[in-house]
Design a protein around this ligand. Structure first.
Ligand code: HPA
Length: 268
């Protein structure tokens, strides 16, 4: 496994003239077009990268963009790999490990989720303060000791310093933020009403199908993480979840999400 990760990282270093990103960004729902804000130096289609899986979900492009945003060198994944697509966890998290070897010191993530906290409204941005993992743990299997410990600590999983900075930026920019616990399930079904109630009971504020595997693997390697979720539906209401709604709400939240992420990068 480590050999493949190293091989892919080396291939990318050659393909990008040894571009050294400071931050990795996973452009999920809400940040889909953020790729266009990057002054791109190199763009690599996933399909062209040895060892990379290929993205299949609608609304997700599959490429790795290297460039600068607000003067910061970044590598952005336009399109991520979900467990529900059938990829093993080793593949879902492969790009994060590769990005670490390329030099990232921070990981920024966005996603869509269903609000469970009754004070949340569709279109809100929720800063992820913690998560509950209901998927298989991506670190199951032999530990890659070169990358991190067998039993990684998950305190401060979402970096408190980065969250505080987001709060300051949001106040300054007049962006309303919610805060909460992201419950990561496998999908691809949206939750039943009973499951949303269960997620609320166990301490969740929003339900989604991504992010948790990538963040676990990043924390294993000691990378500070920051995540924001667009609340695209309210799980405990009578409305039914639907992929197109998720995409639409994601697009609506995009401007606020972009402002926040750009300022976060500027102030790293
Ligand atoms: N549940 C899980 N994932 C989601 C949801 C949801 O309600 N909304 C957007 N992604």
């Amino acid at each position: 496994m480590l050999k493949e990760i190293k091989k892919t990282a080396e291939w990318i270093r050659t393909a990008t003239d040894r571009f050294e990103p400071e931050a990795g960004i996973i452009l999920g729902t809400g940040l889909g077009d953020f790729g266009d804000r990057i002054e791109a130096a190199y763009t690599l289609d996933y399909a062209s990268i040895p060892g990379f899986p290929v993205s299949t979900v609608e609304g997700h492009k599959g490429r790795l963009i290297f460039g600068t945003v607000e003067g910061r060198r970044v590598v952005a994944m336009q399109g991520r790999f979900h467990y529900y697509e059938g990829y093993p966890m080793s593949q879902v998290t492969f790009p994060v490990r590769v990005m670490k070897l390329l030099g990232i010191r921070f990981l920024f993530v966005s996603n869509a989720s269903g609000g469970i906290n009754p004070t949340f409204r569709v279109g809100d941005l929720m800063v992820i303060t913690d998560h509950i993992n209901l998927m298989p743990n991506p670190l199951i299997g032999p530990n890659l000791a070169e990358l991190g410990p067998r039993f990684p600590d998950m305190h401060n999983c979402y970096d408190k310093g980065l969250i505080a900075r987001a709060t300051a930026i949001a106040e300054r920019e007049g962006i309303k933020l919610q805060y909460g616990v992201y419950v990561g399930g496998t999908g691809p079904t949206f939750e039943t009403q009973a499951e949303y109630r269960y997620f609320k009971t166990i301490g969740g504020d929003a339900a989604g199908m991504s992010t948790v595997p990538e963040v676990i693997v990043a924390r294993h390697m000691g990378i500070p993480c920051f995540g924001v979720s667009v609340i695209t539906n309210c799980g405990l209401s009578d409305e039914i979840g639907d992929h197109e709604d998720v995409q639409r709400q994601g697009r609506k939240a995009a401007a606020r999400m972009e402002t926040l992420f750009k300022a976060m990068l500027r102030e790293l």
